[in-house]
Design a protein around this ligand. Structure first.
Ligand SMILES: [Zn+2]
Ligand SMILES: [Zn+2]
Length: 243
């Protein structure tokens, strides 16, 4: 069991969220009596069968495992095949059943756990609650949880993404990210600028024999090369901690 008793309304955004994810085939919220209270992606008949199965499993595994564990288990995971699972989770007097691709189900239930624990992921820029927000993977186009660090479908690394509300660059935990040139970039640009400046200045001095012109050409070339090198340097993403 996790958390305090929750009203059925509390689960509506959770069911909407799970039901909108790619790779999830069925979401059913089951009452203690074994009825489907709410469901997504399946018809009522399928939800009723799932609800009966969920109660069966939680009761039989509870009584079997209670002796072994000393306490009733919080949930059961059934392997349907090598890819698909059914996750049955007891949440106080309700049971949440999620069936689908293993990775998608696991990734989908992580933000649900946060929500149940009363924790939220918020955008550090606009304050939007992104705990149950979804995101289209830029690599495979599948709909995944916003908070997923890795795409459950194509394994793309998605540490930094845009806030769906304000467009700011943030991490999966909501921290702001800024793009800027690294310190090493500016140092390198200064060194290359100085070398070019000295070279051109010395050449100009040799040809014109005027220290003023040599110095002027050296300074202008140095600044220009330094600027161009700096501009060509790649930017790095730096995470600003919000807490
Ligand atoms: Zn993907
Ligand atoms: Zn935002």
């Amino acid at each position: 069991m996790s958390g305090e008793p929750r009203s059925i309304d509390f689960f509506t955004p959770i069911l909407d969220f799970l039901g909108s994810l790619d790779g999830i085939d069925e979401v059913v919220l089951v009452s203690e009596e074994g009825f489907p209270v709410d469901f997504r992606r399946v018809d009522k008949k399928t939800a009723e069968v799932t609800a009966a199965l969920a109660v069966d499993y939680t009761i039989s595994t509870s009584s079997m495992l209670k002796d072994a564990l000393g306490k009733p288990p919080q949930g059961v995971i059934i392997d349907v095949d090598s890819r698909k699972i059914i996750n049955i989770k007891k949440i106080h007097d309700l049971i949440l059943v999620v069936r689908g691709d293993r990775n998608a189900v696991e990734a989908g239930l992580r933000p649900v756990e946060l929500k149940l624990a009363g924790k939220q992921v918020r955008c550090a820029n606009c304050g939007e609650d992104l705990t149950l927000a979804t995101y289209k993977c830029p690599k495979c186009g599948k709909t995944i949880p916003f908070t997923a660090e890795t795409c459950p479908h194509c394994s793309a690394q998605l540490h930094v993404k845009k806030c769906p509300k304000c467009g700011a660059l943030i991490t999966s935990t909501g921290n702001l990210v800024v793009r800027r040139k690294s310190r090493a970039s500016s140092i390198l640009a200064s060194i290359e600028g100085a070398i070019a400046g000295i070279g051109f200045g010395a050449a100009a001095l040799l040809y014109s024999e005027s220290p003023l012109i040599g110095g002027l050409i050296g300074a202008v070339t140095g600044a220009l090369v330094g600027f161009l090198v700096y501009r060509a340097m790649p930017e790095e993403e730096v995470e600003l901690s919000s807490h």
